[in-house]
Design a protein around this ligand. Structure first.
Ligand SMILES: C[S@@+](CC[C@H](N)C(=O)[O-])C[C@H]1O[C@@H](n2cnc3c(N)ncnc32)[C@H](O)[C@@H]1O
Length: 275
C-alpha cells in the first residue's frame, strides 16, 4: 500500500476530489491511503497565522517555515519521500509516476500565496515537481494530479494488470486511437484489422498506429523515442518492436483511405518520414 500524506491549507480539496473513480476505488481497496494535515493546527497565535510578508518586499505572502516544519515532523519517517509541488520543479512524467508508485510513503507539500520559505525546502524536500509550465494558485490541484498519475502504477489499482503500461507515454509513444460499437458510426468505420480477431496482428498494428499518432501529434516525443539509447529503453523497444521509419511509411501507404480517415491520420507527406 502506498501512503500519501498531503500538507495543505485546504484539506477538503484533496479529500473531496480523491473519492471518485480509480482513486476512490484504490482508497476503498486499501491499495492507497491519503491523509491530509494542515499547518494551521500548529499555529499558536489567535489568528492561527501560517504566513507572513516576504523579506525584501514583493507580492504575495510566504508560508512560514515553523508551522510547515511541525507538520512535516508529524508525518515524516525514514522511508518518506518529501515532494514540494512547485512551478520550478521537474515536470511530472509517466516515468516519474511509475517510480513514485514504488515508494512506501510520499509526503506532498502544497504551497499557497507566494509560495513557501526557501529554508523549509532546503531542509526537508527531496524533490520539487511541477505539473506544467504555468502557475496555479496552490499545490493542491498539482498534488491530486501526482496522486492520480502515481496510483495508476500501483499494482491492482487498474482492472487490467498492465493497462497503465499501455497508456500514452509509458513506452515513449502516445496510445493508438480506440473505437467501440457500432462498427459504423455515421460515415466512419472501425478499421478492419480490429475486427479480425488476430491478436498478434492487432498488437503489431496498434504499435505502428501509436508511432504514427506520436509522429503527428508530438514530434518531440517521437524523436526521443527514436533516439533514446538507455538500456531500459532498448529492452522496451525490443519488446514492442519499435518500427523504423521506412516500415512506418510503408504501413501508412498501405492503410486504406477509410482507415486513415477513421484514425485521423490523413495528412502525412513524404517529408514526415524523412525528417
Ligand atoms: C501562486 S503559486 C506561487 C508561485 C511562486 N511565486 C513562483 O513564482 O514560483 C502558489 C503555490 O502553487 C503551487 N503551484 C503553482 N504552480 C504550480 C505548478 N505548475 N505545478 C505545481 N505546483 C504549482 C506551488 O505549491 C506554489 O507554492
Amino acid at each position: 500500500m502506498l501512503h500519501v500524506d498531503v500538507i495543505t491549507l485546504f484539506p477538503e480539496m484533496i479529500e473531496g476530489a480523491a473519492n471518485y473513480g480509480v482513486l476512490g476505488q484504490a482508497l476503498k481497496s486499501d491499495l492507497l491511503k491519503i491523509s491530509t494535515h494542515t499547518p494551521r493546527e500548529f499555529a499558536e497565535d489567535r489568528h492561527r497565522t501560517v504566513d507572513d510578508r516576504p523579506f525584501g518586499g514583493g507580492d504575495g505572502m510566504i508560508m512560514l517555515a515553523e508551522t510547515l516544519e511541525k507538520s512535516l515532523n508529524k508525518v515524516k519517517h525514514k522511508n518518506s519521500r518529501v515532494i514540494y509541488m512547485s512551478p520550478q520543479g521537474s515536470v511530472l512524467t509517466a516515468q516519474k509516476s511509475r517510480e513514485l508508485a514504488q515508494q512506501e510513503h510520499l509526503v506532498i507539500l502544497c504551497g499557497r500565496y507566494g509560495g513557501v520559505d526557501q529554508r523549509i525546502l532546503n531542509k526537508y524536500v527531496d524533490e520539487e515537481i511541477t505539473i506544467g509550465d504555468y502557475v496555479i494558485s496552490g499545490g493542491e490541484l498539482g498534488a491530486l494530479v501526482v496522486i492520480d498519475a502515481v496510483s495508476r502504477f500501483i499494482p491492482g489499482v487498474l482492472g487490467h494488470a498492465d493497462s497503465a503500461d499501455k497508456d500514452s507515454f509509458s513506452e515513449g509513444l502516445l496510445e493508438h486511437p480506440n473505437f467501440t460499437r457500432p462498427r459504423q458510426w455515421q460515415e466512419q468505420e472501425v478499421p478492419e484489422v480490429l475486427l479480425s480477431g488476430n491478436h498478434k496482428l492487432i498488437e503489431e498494428w496498434k504499435v505502428k498506429v501509436s508511432a504514427l499518432v506520436t509522429m503527428k501529434k508530438r514530434p518531440d516525443l517521437f524523436k526521443d523515442y527514436l533516439n533514446k539509447e538507455n538500456e531500459d529503453y532498448k529492452a522496451l523497444k525490443k519488446k514492442k518492436t519499435g518500427p523504423p521509419l521506412e516500415e512506418l511509411q510503408k504501413f501508412w501507404n498501405n492503410l486504406s483511405p477509410q482507415d486513415k480517415e477513421s484514425l485521423g491520420l490523413t495528412d502525412f507527406t513524404e517529408d514526415d518520414f524523412h525528417g
